[in-house]
Design a protein around this ligand. Structure first.
Ligand code: UD2
Length: 306
């Protein structure tokens, strides 16, 4: 029985900590590399197979030593705010491109079996058809989306140059426990719920008829695990194949919390796309993953933890 050892960059973050939990439950040894800028040690359990290193993915020496002895790498550390990438594209590119290439180079040098890394539905930009499938053209609307797309190109190149096996996961709208509603990159579900529980009016940008494909973080962790154990090379959506508009979402949350408040309506955000909805055929064919959590169940779990 081979013990798999996985380095999780960004392992103290929202998606990272859920992935670490699942990997530990599956018998992996886990080493987390996190600079704790947005992640927190509070997100992680005490476990004899878990080791945490505080360090930055832009520090090549640190990444090289962290990856030493590992068989797999799950690279999630990133600057995750789309709006921050617009305000400071240089800092964002340093983390999301240079940081990612630093991890890929270290993974190639260390002869890692498999690299799985976080990409984003942001690579697609405005969809040309719905649901969006992986062969749709990439036309990012933000530096963030472009950075993730560049990472995908690097990963493909590193496969041919170094034989580094990798898969990029294009996450759609991820929600669930431990997403901090007050952080600048909190998603709409975390924000709406925070308002409702505080009896403050949620802010709705636009008419509320925009749609999103919301995927529960536990299902994202399952996709990460399956991707680490798989062999497919390229990119894969991580979505549910279902979408909902924001007014329906508000209704669901209002029912679950028993808080029926008026929303404060604002003009649409300039960078917003109208619809996002992921095709999941590849997720199921390549990774054998069908989401376990319906939106209702995921929201109920979130409300129960709040
Ligand atoms: C998501 C991802 C982003 C990127 C992008 C790709 C999150 C948090 N962000 O951005 O990283 O991958 O998809 O397409 O998952 N809204 C409100 N009120 C609020 C907050 C948001 O009405 O208080 C609206 C917002 O205008 C948008 C929708 O809710 O129409 C979703 O916003 P979001 O920030 O949760 O996520 P999104 O889709 O912009």
């Amino acid at each position: 029985n081979i013990i798999r050892q996985v380095l999780v960059t960004g392992g103290a973050g929202f998606i990272g900590s859920h992935s670490v939990e699942l990997l530990l439950a599956q018998g992996f040894r886990v080493r987390v590399l996190d600079n704790l800028s947005s992640g927190s040690l509070d997100n992680l359990p005490n476990h004899d197979r878990l080791e945490v290193i505080k360090g930055d993915i832009r520090d090549a020496e640190c990444v090289r030593s962290a990856i030493q002895g590992m068989s797999h790498c799950l690279h999630l550390a990133a600057q995750v705010s789309v709006s921050r990438s617009v305000e400071d594209p240089v800092a964002s590119a340093e983390q999301n491109i240079i940081g990612a290439v630093t991890v890929m180079q270290a993974a190639a040098e260390a002869g890692i079996t498999r690299l799985v890394y976080a990409s984003s539905a942001a690579v697609y930009g405005i969809p040309t058809q719905l649901p969006i499938f992986e062969k749709s053209s990439a036309a990012p609307l933000s530096p963030y989306g472009l950075e993730k797309w560049v990472d995908e190109r690097y990963a493909t190149l590193f496969e041919s140059i170094h034989g580094l096996s990798s898969l990029g996961l294009r996450y759609f709208n991820v929600y669930g426990p431990r997403q901090d509603p007050h952080s600048p990159y909190a998603g709409v579900i975390a924000r709406f719920l925070d308002c409702l529980l505080d009896h403050r009016s949620p802010t709705l940008f636009g008419d509320g008829r925009q749609t999103r494909d919301f995927v529960y973080v536990g299902d994202v962790a399952r996709a990460n695990l399956a991707a680490l154990l798989g062999h497919q090379q390229g990119v894969c959506n991580v979505a549910t194949g279902q979408r909902i508009d924001l007014l329906e979402l508000l209704d669901l949350l209002a029912d679950l919390t028993d808080c029926h408040l008026h929303v404060s309506q604002q003009p649409p955000r300039s960078e917003d796309i109208r619809d996002s909805w992921g095709d999941t055929q590849r997720l199921s064919a390549w990774l054998g993953i069908t989401p376990d959590w319906t939106l209702k169940e995921g929201l109920a779990a979130l409300v129960a933890e709040a």
